[in-house]
Design a protein around this ligand. Structure first.
Ligand SMILES: Nc1ncnc2c1ncn2[C@@H]1O[C@H](COP(=O)(O)OP(=O)(O)OP(=O)(O)O)[C@@H](O)[C@H]1O
Ligand SMILES: [Mg+2]
Length: 333
């Protein structure tokens, strides 16, 4: 792995399902050892990209390379190089943690000695040693996810794909999983490509993030640089009426960098936001426009997404939660 500098490369990677262009001309280059995030709302094309890179789906056009192997030509070599944790739970609930891991390792033809050693190693990595002999159906949601991540690592892959590793988990469990992901990126020297629609996750974990919307990469950089693109604080106003009039007034101030309207809110990008709130409130009052709430925050990746697409990722979260609930109900049956 050391000699490979580029873990993933795509050139014009495209997937169409009938008339729908799910992945649209994606160019990516991910360095070996990177922790890289694909951030985007439901249906953005994240899973489809992962599926093409892991040889589960054939690209309609364009090229994809994993560890310099062509995903359309060297499929076996690609499969040997990767580990994958699917968006939907895929562990066998009637096997113990250890059995799940051992089964996976057998499929990769690891010999017995190596299997025993590796099972111990990966269980330690995700701190599940004491749960090794318990059936998966008796693991908590977070533990199951950790075991799936461990399983993805069993055969020493160079690249690990994590498709929505923390979808539907509570905030505390999510943070734990983030720590494991960071740890294994460092300790196992594995390149990690994860998808998420949680901007905090992409921000906290990833060295670089590609923001994806409707199959296209709309921005790609370090979380820091992406947020710096906003170049200001964000003042968010809730306004039931008179939005257009206030936008006109605000555009008249030379210190207002950008004004964006979304779901009854007005986001105003300004430097030193806290000093500008009084001016904004007074201007609104003069126009007879009532402001229901005011908040000020430093830019987040959500603001970056809004700037590039005119929509928020958050709008989509409700529906993602519903999907997760449905999945969880399914796995309990
Ligand atoms: N096998 C398929 N047949 C038809 N359409 C598909 C198929 N797989 C995906 N799509 C469509 O392609 C688009 C991208 O889907 P994809 O699953 O890649 O999105 P995603 O970014 O992973 O979304 P989510 O955050 O909900 O997981 C969606 O519009 C989806 O309905
Ligand atoms: Mg997906």
């Amino acid at each position: 792995m050391n000699e490979i500098k580029t873990a993933i490369k795509t050139e014009g990677l495209t997937k169409k399902f009938g008339d729908l262009v799910a992945v649209d001309n994606v160019d990516l280059e991910i360095k070996a050892g990177e922790l890289f995030g694909l951030l985007g709302p439901n249906g953005a094309g994240k899973t489809t990209i992962i599926k093409m890179l892991s040889t589960l789906l054939r690209p309609t056009s364009g090229k994809g390379y994993v560890c310099e192997y062509d995903v359309s030509k060297d499929q076996n070599a690609v499969r040997r190089s990767i580990g994958i944790v699917f968006q939907d739970p895929s562990v066998d609930s009637k096997l113990t943690g250890k059995e799940n891991l051992d089964f996976h390792a057998r499929m990769y033809h690891l010999n017995k000695e190596l299997r025993v050693k590796r099972v111990k190693e990966v269980l330690k990595l995700v701190e599940l040693e004491d749960k090794a002999k318990i059936l998966l159906e008796n693991y908590s949601g977070g533990m199951q996810r950790r075991l799936e991540i461990a399983r993805g690592l069993m055969h020493y892959p160079n690249v690990l794909f994590l498709d929505e590793p923390t979808l539907g988990l509570d905030a505390q469990t999510r943070r734990h999983i983030w720590d494991y992901i960071k740890k294994l990126n460092e300790k196992e020297d594995v390149t990690i490509v994860l998808t998420t629609h949680y901007m905090e996750e992409a921000d906290y974990l990833c060295d670089r993030v590609a923001i994806i919307d409707q199959g296209r990469i709309v921005a790609l950089d370090t979380p820091e640089n992406l947020k710096n693109m906003i170049g200001a604080d964000v003042i968010s106003l809730k306004i039931p009426e008179g939005m257009d009039r206030l936008i006109e007034v605000l555009k008249g101030f030379d210190w207002v960098k950008k004004v964006t309207e979304h779901d009854g809110f007005l986001d105003i990008c300004v430097k030193e936001g806290e000093t500008k709130i009084p001016d904004i409130v007074i201007s609104a009052q003069r126009e007879g426009i009532s402001i229901k709430s005011v908040s000020l925050h430093e830019p987040t990746l959500e603001d970056v997404f809004l700037q590039f697409t005119g929509r928020t990722i958050r709008e989509e979260e409700g529906s993602a939660k519903k999907v997760m609930k449905r999945l969880m109900m399914g796995s309990r049956r």
